[in-house]
Ligand binder design. Sequence first.
Ligand code: 13P
Ligand code: ZN
Ligand code: NA
Length: 280
Amino acid sequence: MLVNTKEILLKAKEENYAVAAFNVFNLETVQAAIRVAEQQQHPVIIALGERYFGTVDVEGFASLVRQLAMKASIPVALHLDHAYEKESIVRAIRAGFTSVMYDGSKYDLEENTRRTKEIVEISHMAGVSVEAEIGSVALGAFSDEEEGAGTLTDPQEAKKFVEETGVDFLAAAIGTVHGMYKCEPNIRLDLLDEIRKLVDIPLVLHGASGTPDEILREAVVRGICKVNVNTEVSLAASRHLAESFEQEERKNAHLSTIMADMQQAMEPVMTKFVRLFMNK
Ligand code: 13P
Ligand code: ZN
Ligand code: NA
């Protein structure tokens, strides 16, 4: 069933596990995410980035997810990922998304606080929960994100930001990057501990792709409740398809076969992440 993201994450926080938020953009990616979550009997968050609002029919997409969620044997939430514009947030709320992420990380603390607070007011009126980010996650390789510079989250600022904005979940920048790492990852679990001590709402980790499994597991143990996963899943499928196109007959294959193949190539990677986050 489709449930509020907050419900999923408060339970995750209480029971000390995390839920994957898989970035999706079409039927096959949504099917893969729900199928994997059902196999593991673990909740899942379907995340659509604002950057796809130009190519994906947002309302059509939301009703598709609702239909698939209704049949699913696990809780499913529908989340707007990295939104920079208020219009996108309003559109997602109207379309039935269960949570939104307002990304004001490019602004200074005061401006980010002011803008985030306004989004929280609008969203809460509609019963939609809000994620926001302070500090900012840097950009690595092969990501579909656009922004670049990374700044680690300051724990004191995080506390103040959460109190003043009333956000439901906080994305903390602790050294992960969007996409694959260009150099050795330096993930500051100590910083996560500091933030956890001062902030009592569910914490979100962006940039799961390329992060060592043991670090992800440890981040969940230390209080991360939602982990965003994008690039690694996409790369697995792209690379599988690229390899398969080396066979001559594949070049004339029906597109439906290729799409089904794409979905199949994503699933084992998604399963790896879900199992890590289950913290069992
Ligand atoms: P990765 O692409 O590194 O998995 O990051 C995903 C993400 O943070 C989406 O918001
Ligand atoms: Zn992200
Ligand atoms: Na990453």
